[in-house]
Design a protein around this ligand. Sequence first.
Ligand SMILES: Cc1cc2nc3c(=O)[nH]c(=O)nc-3n(C[C@H](O)[C@H](O)[C@H](O)COP(=O)(O)OP(=O)(O)OC[C@H]3O[C@@H](n4cnc5c(N)ncnc54)[C@H](O)[C@@H]3O)c2cc1C
Length: 394
Amino acid sequence: MALKIDLENCIGCGSCVSACPFGALALNADGKAEVNEACRMCGSCVDACPVGAITLEKEAAAGTDDLASYKGLWVYAEQRDGALHEVVFELLGKGRELASAMGCPLSAVLLGHGVEGLADALFAHGADQVFLVDDPALEKYSSEPYAEAMCALIEKHRPAAILAGATTAGRSFIPRVAVREHTGLTADCTGLAINADGLLEQTRPAFGGNIMAAILCPDHRPQMATVRPKVFAPAPAEEGRKGVLVREELSLAPPVVQVVKTVRALENELNVTQADIVVSGGRGLGKSENFALLRELADALGGAAIGASRAAVDAEWISAFHQVGQTGKTVRPKLYIACGISGQIQHLVGMNSAETIVAINKDPDAPIFDVADIGIVGDLFEVVPALIRALKQG
Ligand SMILES: Cc1cc2nc3c(=O)[nH]c(=O)nc-3n(C[C@H](O)[C@H](O)[C@H](O)COP(=O)(O)OP(=O)(O)OC[C@H]3O[C@@H](n4cnc5c(N)ncnc54)[C@H](O)[C@@H]3O)c2cc1C
């Protein structure tokens, strides 16, 4: 937005000066209205001017011109060390459905160096075409060259919408892309659909998870959304499915940030987003040491990841790496065992897609029982040891 004062029409009456709540207008030496940096574009002066000499003009931004010329749905095909991230297959699954509703092809964007071999997996999982940028500057992930490459592709091919994983990399470079392209981005979507006007309807929790907001980006392109891993089911592979590989040559500047060494945090811990079984503990565990009981149960189950509620993380009984929920991770295991977790909405949004949910809680009215397939009302310090004994016996 920009505030414009037509000095020829301005009669120097001072109405705008008294109307401005921010003290941003004054009369200059020639008796004409003048605006300073305190202006918040509220429009009070526009309404107050008796001769229509002040206007608020919307500046045309990139991504707002000729919206109909933006076509196609893209999925960012995140790869790390030459392996595609699981979220890519989930986005391709959802993307296929959305692309059909939009009546457009589904494309994947593959950025990296020496990663052309991954294109076949993208075709097999539903991509009709793959835009490949193979460049030494993209060998190690760094947000600048990745954002530069994505923006160059957007400006050349003008996609209508882009989906990316809300992973560490996605969270760091996709917002840069949205800012550079002057478009909107809805982070951490839990639902995506195409509405009656053909727009991408992006649903995500808002106001602390108490409401689900449906968000549209009607005036800018591309429409951009990130989705956490495990929110959507992965697209099944159709071996031998073919698509079109589009190789793009870009002259990318070498990254300013050099990755010297990658150190993996918590090397020996199973990640809750990847495990088939997650055993989670909440405030009901009472203290940090009691997570040992859950680890014992995890071992008796033949290996399970340890999850936690935010209450357990906030109490510093376990690290945030394990947190499940709105501000933690979203999980979709075959089996989720919630021990001493009440089941507040912010926890449920992170685990209610698990295939089977077992809840152990001494409060029969705990909301976790509303989503549980098997509910055990009892003291976890009695129930969990009994489960461990039963598993070891049989
Ligand atoms: C913006 C925002 C984001 C949030 N994000 C998250 C998030 O990502 N993940 C998350 O988990 N929370 C999140 N929260 C917090 C959330 O609202 C709850 O406060 C939290 O999930 C509660 O954790 P809890 O169930 O472990 O604790 P409580 O709600 O205190 O529940 C403890 C449960 O343990 C049971 N219990 C106690 N002793 C025993 C026993 N011996 N045996 C069996 N049961 C027992 C009790 O009956 C009770 O139901 C968020 C909140 C906000 C506002």
